[in-house]
Design a protein around this ligand. Structure first.
Ligand SMILES: C[S@@+](CC[C@H](N)C(=O)[O-])C[C@H]1O[C@@H](n2cnc3c(N)ncnc32)[C@H](O)[C@@H]1O
Length: 250
């Protein structure tokens, strides 16, 4: 995993371009989904890993969960801290999730909004192992992501994703999937009143079967699969949320 690339990609420009198109309503709806899927209660101890700029950590802490948000990108953690609103049951930590966290015993942990795939498959197994180690035996881990079946259906329609920000900036994505490596090489181009630019990324995209196998490898036994961050059962053509339980060692 190229951590310099990650720090450079998830920067102030990313916040302007991507955070700008994520509405507060969408974040609250996703927080509802996480709350219900993980059966959280006020005072549940929850790990948001990675947390990005903390949009979901904040929404869950405002509902009374005791939340720790972890991310390795300094700009993301700085933005999360700026938005913390002095909430006491919310903390952030700048940390590479491929290595063990300094605390454990969480009731639940989640990795959502396509937060795996930035390095090798081994890197992703390490991240999942960190989440598994951080929850108590019997605790829940949620992984929500885009996945290969969904991406293939999308790309086969020849779509070129585009988005227009409230200030008029137009963002166009040009994705190219490498079926042998299982990675998507993608480029975003934008232009608007605050200037123009380009960002590129290489993102590993797994099938749901592969994700379940990777979770299993680190002692996370699948309980259920859902249509995105909702309690609805998984459906073809939707993002996928996998809820697993940490095995209790005999
Ligand atoms: C698409 S963002 C999603 C963030 C957040 N889950 C959300 O829903 O807003 C992916 C995040 O993963 C973080 N990330 C990727 N690999 C990581 C790693 N090994 N350790 C910590 N953070 C990582 C990036 O810095 C970035 O903030």
């Amino acid at each position: 995993m190229d951590t310099n690339w990650l720090q450079g990609f998830f920067d102030r420009e990313y916040l302007r371009l991507w955070a700008g198109s994520l509405t507060a309503e969408r974040t609250q709806k996703e927080a509802d989904g996480i709350w219900n899927l993980l059966k959280l209660r006020p005072s549940s101890r929850v790990l948001d890993a990675p947390c990005g700029y903390g949009r979901l950590s904040l929404a869950l802490a405002e509902r009374g969960a005791i939340v720790v948000g972890v991310d390795l990108a300094s700009d993301m953690i700085a933005e999360a801290e700026r938005n913390r609103r002095g909430i006491e049951n919310l903390r952030y930590l700048e940390h590479d999730l491929r290595t063990e966290l300094p605390e454990d015993g969480f009731d639940a942990a989640f990795n959502v909004f396509t937060s795996l795939g930035y390095g090798t498959e081994e890197d992703d197994v390490k991240v999942l192992r960190t989440l598994a180690a951080a929850v108590r035996p019997g605790g829940k881990v949620l992984v929500e992501s885009n996945h290969r079946d969904l991406l293939m259906a999308y790309l086969s329609r020849g779509n070129k994703p585009s988005d227009r920000l409230p200030d008029g900036t137009l963002i166009i994505e040009e994705p190219n999937f490498d079926s042998v490596k299982g990675v998507m090489n993608t480029a975003w181009y934008w232009s608007g009143p605050s200037g123009s630019g380009k960002k590129t990324a290489t993102l590993r995209v797994y099938t749901i079967t592969e994700l379940v196998r990777m979770m299993d490898k680190v002692g996370l036994r699948l309980i259920s699969a859902h249509a995105g961050l909702s309690t609805e059962p998984f459906e073809i053509g939707k993002r996928c949320a996998l809820v697993a339980e940490k095995l209790v060692m005999e």
